[in-house]
Design a protein around this ligand. Sequence first.
Ligand SMILES: [Zn+2]
Length: 394
Amino acid sequence: MIYLQQVKQSNMSVILERIWQHNQISRVELVEHTSLTSGTITNLTHELIELNILRETEAVSGTVGRKRVLLGFDPHTFRVIGLDISRSSIELVVMDLNGTIMQSAERDMTGIQGPDAYLKVIRELVADAKKSIDAAGCRVLGLGVGVPGPIDHAKGTIVSPPNFPGWSGFPLQMKLEEEFGLVTLIEDDARTSALAERRYGLGKNVKHLVFVTMGAGIGGGVVTDGKIVRGTNGLCGQVGHMTIVLDGKLCDCGNRGCWETVGSIPGILSRWPHGSTLAELRSAALSGDQEAIKCIHDTLVYLEAAMINIQNLYDPELIVLGGSLYPMLADYMDHVKQRLRSRIYAFAKDRLNIEAATFKASQSAVGAAALLFDYLLSEPVRLLSLSERKVEKQ
Ligand SMILES: [Zn+2]
């Protein structure tokens, strides 16, 4: 890309980020909030309106009754598709550029294994979504996908995911791109979950956050300075693999005593041999079963240790907890937070901020869609031209 185009793209990016932050903003305010001249803002916003990325709306200012023209994202032209591929389900959402979920679908994949069987279902879901997007006269900007990690981003493959047979080394990004002719981005599902909070949930005004998802496994996504952090080997935020029990069980990752081995749903149930579901564990605890009470107590102690480690290592403004285990833990969180406050640096204890995830079962799919939104905000010219080329090829 030639230099002038690069400058234009980065100036557009500054404008789009500001508009995302404010939802609606006038050109005058854009001049105040950026280092761009009013001429540059006039030209670039004009171009972004022509491209159907932005639109103007009129608002009447209350005090003097004067009309103001505000800029916001155009919700009518482009759609992004977010897909979450998990060990037990496939979830799809279609979103507009304001982050509104326009459509969603879910398929239970319990007992179904391997990329071929999954691709068959994904094909149906994406085809349905594209059909209704076309019928509404909209265009798909791209497809974002959340999958169990780790991921080799350079190759677009999943790397030896535990308990996910047949997927190791599968060229997911390339396959989906070929299949649907859409710009496709893939990411670890804990990171897409974190991005969902950052862009559309509790993280809008939070630059440093950690998302922890607890279910069949435990994963984490780290946002620092507003950006997803991957680390050297794509392992940043693998909070489920912090050592919690020094002489504990061997984990799939090669370490011993990882939080996941005792704190995930299978990890919890492995410490209570009298039942096979969390519901059974809870009802046993409620009826006074001492072993069940101890199992839940230990689960909370492990959670507390993990949270202290996360808080002290990442120093986030916000920790968001999600995943299928969270509803059970929610009842105990006041107690856990109280304990945590007594264990962190005294001057920071009142800033401890732990919240529940916003999007429940759609968390990762919403964040997968946000991958494309992120791309649009950082490299609008590049994404639009890539997306255009894909349309021409079809
Ligand atoms: Zn591990």
